[in-house]
Design a protein. Structure first.
Length: 81
């Protein structure tokens, strides 16, 4: 079962309440998304750590209900990682 983008956004915001989340459905199939997430929780963390925070927020759905998620993360202060 595919996930819709509102469900993905909700799960990320539940884990990162201050997050600004922009999700795009890349293929129109409900399985391939791109997400840009901006949060102060990323401040001082490596790109890998930031992506792990997002994957953890999805509670095991990545690779199951959610097939592909391209991530771009940014620290709340504006630095791009």
């Amino acid at each position: 079962m595919a996930m819709n983008l509102k469900e993905i956004e909700s799960m990320i915001k539940e884990a990162l309440p201050d997050a600004v989340v922009d999700i795009q459905d890349l293929a129109g199939d409900g399985n391939h998304y791109s997400a840009t997430v901006i949060s102060s929780a990323f401040n001082g963390k490596s790109k890998i750590e930031q992506h792990k925070i997002i994957y953890n927020s999805l509670k095991g759905k990545m690779g199951n209900e959610l097939h592909a998620l391209a991530l771009k993360t940014k620290e709340k202060n504006g630095s791009t990682n």
